[in-house]
Design a protein. Sequence first.
Length: 341
Amino acid sequence: MIRELLIIYLAAASVNAFAQTDNRIQYRNMVLDYNQDVKSAEHSEAISAEMKKAAKADFFPKLYGNANFNYTGNAPELTIKSPIEGNEITFQGEGIKYGASLTLAQPVYSGGLIKAGYDKANKQLEMSRNESERITNNILFDADVHYWNTVAGQEMVVVAEEFRNSVAQIVDVVRNRVEVEYVDRNDLLMAEVRLNNADYQLLQARNNSETSRLALNSFAGVPFDSHIAVDSTITALKEAMPVDIASDSVAMSRPELRIAGNMIDIRHSEAKIANSKYLPQVSVGLDGSYSSPGYDFRSGADPNYAVYVKLSVPVFEWGKEEAQDVQESLAWISQQKTTAA
């Protein structure tokens, strides 16, 4: 019999603990679904993911389509004297030029611009994910505070009611003793004062509990007249294992520190992007066209193609390098001020 009762008690305790955990998890999900900061962080993460895809596409060939039409009022002419009988030969160009072309270009070396851009987009995506995790952690912490404040408020109401009932019983006992003149009436007055204090504490506990419930609903975006299911009692905290907060693994588990590391990596990538403007760039391509004038100066359009290798080397730009350095320095100082604020 005792064994059966013990099994029933353990089963009931397990169901109660599961229900308590389930209520808190449901409330957390309600808060995450409603909170606008979480939704904004998710949109920022999606934008960063698309920017990473766009940066990755710069590694692959690009196909361009072009079309042109040009009318020249005075077409170019060339007149030369013929060695035979002093005649002149005149060549006249076409006044109308038109055509279409397709160009396939593949960057070979861009001074590290493409790779630095991809690394920057990758770090921005990581920073967006860490920022989303940071916001989610803060929101869940606030949700747990509202949740357990509501549970604690309900417990305080129960305690205040039990205390008030106990004082009321004492007042009844003292009143009976006063009626039989066993104690002085002043004792009854003192007991009634304590009963009034107990009534006030009960009213205050109910007001605090209702305030906590309204805050609970407001944080989850639930109407004030609705009642969210919460636990009946606060669960006991389990003793946690000691953690060395100075260890690198524990420190880097914080999203705030990971965000700081991402910002440093982004600055390094931006420096490489700025430096790539002063380095050579090499690209290869294939250009196919169908344009006029055609072969042998014919007026009609003919197909043609060209394979090219392009090398671009910046030699000198008057004062632009210094202006670029000043602009980057000002941008870095502005970013530092924004981060500090």
